[in-house]
Design a protein around this ligand. Structure first.
Ligand code: HEM
Length: 503
């Protein structure tokens, strides 16, 4: 008897799950996409784990059109105008459950992971003055110090000789790694008050990079599976799930965040005019400040490192661009328009430099998470009805290579497009490229100002001093996509320039 009941229960469960799958299939059956993606999230999981999801989404949009189905409840949109509308500050779209998977602490939200608009707005309001540098002293100087440390590291350990003349040996350096030391030191200095010291030690301090490279692909994959998020974040699972706080790397940095924050909330609180000080002043609680300090490190290091690496790669593999940028820098130094190091304000006055930075971020957008939003009501996207509750992801490569916006040669690295475009086209190009920072949305990157200061300085300080060539142009780097990029082995040879132009 018991066996019959069990068999009937199993049969009912199977029928129920088949009926559910068919219903879920039919909901979005009118939206084209890969066949398996319509039935199971494992299509997305497999492609996320491939490390090439950014390119795959672009293939999908190229094949099926600007709106395609990539999961039972997922679509991907590659139309820049539609993404701007969906993300817009006043849009009724909200963050989809994917963001819950981005909790660094499984039991607590941050700006990055909260699904609650009111909480999100409140956190942003408290942090905007600090991120904007409004009540922060020495923001630019802190970045300058890390730029100097970066240059010193290269000069002390990695300068190669000109093969024809110099006594220096043949040397190469994996610049991808050193760039991340730089961005980590900048952001840790700003977030915690003390730089990790990666540049000084020429090492991945606390194994932070190593750990994130292992854990981030898992994080972003789990984020695709709502049931898995619930399971791993359930308080009942606490004894079974590894606690990030105890992990080498992540845990150590969380410990540092805690230490930095403790001092500000102790009985005799340390009061400083730095970013953390600004967050405290504007009412962030101790727990929030700790979580947000950690967010700064994760959100601000890999992304900016990728922007620097990719732009540098495009510069050194495009001789005309390289020559023109170096000429602009040299002329600026000669004319006394560039201090040492260049200031942010000065850098903004160099049109070709600005064009190169924009073009680099466009060609290789550093933040490529799905960033899904959903609408509580049915909507029409790219002329197609999208039922309420569907997760709408963006396809960064499709958006950033749109020919109507950027021109027929949108697959080429051509900074000149930013100088030649008529004003109306330039406006649309700017708005589209700034989607890389979620620009114009209520989720706009809080660290954009900091990232831009770093970008404005780093290329000038490298190219005014050094010549940089790829060791093996057939294998420029190893690059894996996991919402951000994990990049290494960008091996270059750095030589001192024959004639360093002095002011
Ligand atoms: C080139 C470098 C960077 C790029 C491309 C970038 C990109 C982005 C994007 C696309 C988002 C929106 C994510 C979403 O939909 O919720 C975002 C959010 C955020 N970014 Fe950045 N980011 C960069 C650098 C930084 C830096 C240096 C920091 C820290 C100083 C930072 C801190 C944040 C924070 C706190 C958020 C959450 C904002 C919110 O939820 O309201 N980012 N970033």
């Amino acid at each position: 008897m018991l066996l019959i009941v069990a068999a009937v229960a199993l049969a009912l469960a199977i029928v129920y799950s088949i009926a559910r799958s068919i219903a879920s299939y039919q909901r979005l059956a009118h939206i084209p996409g890969p066949r398996w993606a319509a039935w199971t999230d494992f299509w997305l999981v497999r492609n996320q784990l491939s490390g090439k999801l950014n390119f795959k989404l672009h293939d999908i949009n190229s094949r099926y059109g600007d709106l395609a189905r990539i999961g039972p409840n997922w679509v991907v949109c590659g139309d820049p105008g539609e993404i701007r509308r969906i993300w817009a500050a006043r849009s009724s779209y909200k963050r989809a459950y994917w963001y819950r998977g981005l909790r660094m602490d499984p039991y607590r939200d941050s700006t990055f992971s909260t699904l609650d608009d009111a909480v999100h707005n409140e956190l942003r309001t408290k942090m905007l003055p600090g991120y904007g540098g409004k009540d922060v002293d020495g923001l630019h100087e802190a970045i300058d110090a890390q730029v100097a440390a970066f240059v010193k590291l290269l000069e002390d350990k990695y300068l190669a000789g000109n093969p024809a003349k110099s006594h220096l040996p043949y040397r190469t350096v994996d610049i991808a790694r050193k760039v991340q030391f730089f961005t980590l030191d900048v952001i840790s200095k700003l977030a915690f008050g003390d730089a990790f010291g990666c540049l000084a030690a020429d090492a991945d301090m606390f194994d932070y990079i190593k750990t994130t490279e292992h854990t981030l692909p898992i994080f972003v994959t789990v984020a695709l599976l709502p049931w898995m998020i619930d399971l791993l974040q359930s308080p009942y699972m606490r004894p079974l799930v590894p606690n990030v706080r105890n992990m080498v790397g992540f845990g150590t940095v969380m410990g540092l965040a805690q230490q930095a924050v403790d001092g500000r909330y102790s009985e005799k609180p340390v009061v400083k005019r730095d970013m953390l000080g600004s967050f405290v002043k504007h009412g962030l609680s101790r727990d929030e400040a700790e979580g947000e300090a950690m967010v700064q490190i994760v959100a601000g290091s890999d992304t900016t490192a990728t922007a620097i690496r990719a732009t540098l790669l495009y510069i050194i593999t495009n001789p005309q661009v390289y020559a023109r940028l170096q000429r602009e820098i040299d002329e600026g130094v000669r004319a006394g328009r560039i201090s040492s190091p260049i200031s942010d304000a000065e850098a903004r006055r160099f049109p070709y430099l600005q064009a190169v930075i924009r073009e680099g971020m466009r060609m290789w957008p550093p933040a490529t998470g799905l960033l899904p939003k959903f609408s509580a009501t049915d909507d029409i996207i790219c002329g197609v009805r999208v039922p309420a509750g569907t997760s709408v992801a963006w396809a960064p490569w499709t958006v950033m290579h749109n020919k109507a916006v950027f021109g027929e040669d949108s697959y080429q690295f051509r900074p000149e497009r930013w100088l030649d475009a008529p004003p109306e086209q330039l406006r649309v190009m700017e708005q589209t490229a700034m989607l890389g920072f979620a620009g114009g949305s209520r989720y706009e990157c809080l660290g954009k100002n900091v990232a831009m200061i770093e970008l404005n300085k780093i290329f000038v300080e490298l190219l005014r001093r050094f010549d940089i060539v790829l060791v093996d142009p057939t294998q420029p780097w190893n690059s894996t996509n996991a919402a951000i990029f994990i990049q290494s082995d960008m091996n270059v040879r750095i030589t001192r320039r024959e004639e360093v132009v002095e002011a």
